[in-house]
Structure formats: structure tokens, C-alpha cells
Design a protein around this ligand. Sequence first.
Ligand code: OSB
Ligand code: MG
Length: 375
Amino acid sequence: MKIESVTLRELRMRLTTPFETSFGVTQDRRILLVEVIAEGISGWGEITTIETPSYNAETTDTAWHIVSDFIAPIVVGRSVSSASEFPALLAGIRGHYMAKAGVENALWDVQAQQEGVPLWKLLGGTQQEISCGVSLGIRETPASLVSKVAEELACGYQRIKLKIKPGKDVEFVAAVRWEFKDILLSVDANSAYRLEDSEQLRTFDEFGLLMIEQPLEWDDIHSHARLQSQLRTALCLDECINNERHAIGAIESGACRIINVKLGRVGGHSSARKVHDACRQRNVPVWCGGMLESGIGRAHNIAMSTLPGFTLPGDVSASRRYWAQDIIEPPVEVSDKGTIQAPLTPGLGFQVDEGLIERLTVRTKRWHADVRASA
Ligand code: OSB
Ligand code: MG
């Protein structure tokens, strides 16, 4: 496949409701989309950075810079025989996983269309129906959280994840657990605690949680290993894991018993598959995390979640939980059993709404194989 052009766009999209994590509140998203044309076929990817460097070191603007000044100039005009060869082209660029992933994933969409197969099958997926959970932002009161959980359970979601931070934790988790004794329940701290808080974190052991996600610092696998040895509840790493090596190191040092795979955070489908394989060989379950994506990122998450090691419900939920109008057709729908059916049509399997994308776009940059960058 010869990469004929790359188009980078920034869209403004407003979430239907604000989402609060331990690092802040988000409502207005700056979404980056990548369209790659190869062999005359158009493929789409999403760069899943957030607006501030508070989840990882990347932002919407760093990704714009890295794609514009490094990735696009390297890849446009180049040929690869498979999207799995794409990461090798970018071996000279350190970090910037999400920027790389957005471009690579678009090429996977092209390849799947070219071969006439659904992307999830091309990736080696085996589960056409995937299990879904929801991630609930921090709320004012335990009572309002409990009613939100009731609403999501009524929609069929199979696992509830609560965002927590110091001061907004035990009371909230206790209230939810008291009301719903048997549900799959987990918490995500987005690095808001320190190893010195292990006494406090041990109090979560009484709630029968499926996992505690990323309690300690974003780049500290070692402290998670120390903490895991003091807890009954399984730790799950999110922020700490950017590649297969990190996953193997974390598992072998006992830092977690579960891994959250995010396509952007690990650098795209090729790396995600390697992380998945490394976990599977070691009997560590994985699940698909989310980054408040538009439908394009969501469709890629669905495809990845069909791999056989994705045995826990992911943060892959319906478009309508985030957007009044999504940029794909049909929007992502979740069944009343809390599942999503991976599409059977070639490529991503959703129609990209180019008219809506155009209306939401605030800046665009395009590179062609024969010409250099154009505005
Ligand atoms: O840690 O999983 C996280 C959103 C932004 C940054 C980090 C995280 C999240 C989520 C969103 O939990 C989950 C979703 O997209 O549904
Ligand atoms: Mg997380």
C-alpha cells in the first residue's frame, strides 16, 4: 500500500455532559482525526489525546505538531505491504504514542477495505459480540452517583467503573456497593494516590471490587508492585503501560493482575495486539479503555476488543452517552444485555459522516505524495 495522502483535522465537539476525573473536568473536546488515502482507498483514525498533558504527556497540540512536522513528512509517499509494518517507519520518533496511533489505525482501516474484510477480523478478532461497561465521572454526592449507576445498569451495562480521588472515594464506593451487592464494580484513580496512602487504599478491599485502576503515579510501575503486595483487590494498570515491554515488566514484577489496553496510549493496533498477546500468554486479562472518543475512535476500540484476550467488559459504550450526534453512521448502539456487535462490512464497518465532520472542523492540514504540505 502506497500512502498517497494524509489529512489531519481538528474538530470541536461538546460532550452531552461534563466528565470529571481526578485531573479535572472536560466538556469541550478537541478531537483530531486522520484520513489516510492509499491505493485510492480512504481510511480513518482518531488521535485520542486530551486537551491538557494531565493523563499522559501528549495533548491535542503536541499531536498536531508531531504529525505535521515529523510523522506525515516521513510516511507520505512510502509503501508498506501491511499496516503492521507501519510502526517501523516511525521508529526514530520517541514517545507520542497517540499521534502515531491515529495515523497507523487509519492505515489498518484502508487495509481491511482493500482485503474486503471487517477490520476486527483482519486484526485476528474472534468475539463478534463484545461486553461493555461504563466509566462514571466524579459526582457531587454519593446519592447522585447511585442514581446514575441505576440508570446505566437499566441500560444493560455489565460493569460499572467509578472515578475516584482522595476525599471522593470510600463514601461513594460504599454507597454504590450497598445499593448494588452483586454487580461488577471497579474504581479508577488516574494516579491520584501515593504509596504512603496504602492504608487508605486497603479499605477498598472490603468492597469486592473487580479492580483498582492506576492508583499511583502515571510512570511508576515499581510502586504499584509494592502496593499490590499489600492488597487483596487486583490492581489494573492504565497510564503506566505504553508497549509490550512495559506490560511484561509490570506483570513479572507483580505490579498488576489486569491491564487496560488503550489503542492510543500503546501506539496503535500493532502494539495493542502485542500487549494483548503478552498478557494472554501470561493469563492476565485485558479490557479496552476509552478516551471520550468520537465514533471513529470508538469503532477502532470495538475492533480491538474482539481479540480473544479481551475477557473483561471494556469502557466501550454507546455514542449517545457522549454525543448528541456522532460522526459515524449508524452511531454505536449497545444491546440491553450490555453488548456491541462488531460490524460485518469491510473496514471499520461504520459510515463516516463527512458532511458533519466538515461542519465541526476548525483546522485542516493535508499532505500529498507528490506535493508537500498544503493548508
Ligand atoms: O483513565 O480511563 C481513563 C477519560 C479520559 C482520560 C482517562 C480516562 C478516561 C475514561 C473515559 O475513563 C472512558 C470512556 O471513554 O468511556
Ligand atoms: Mg484509567
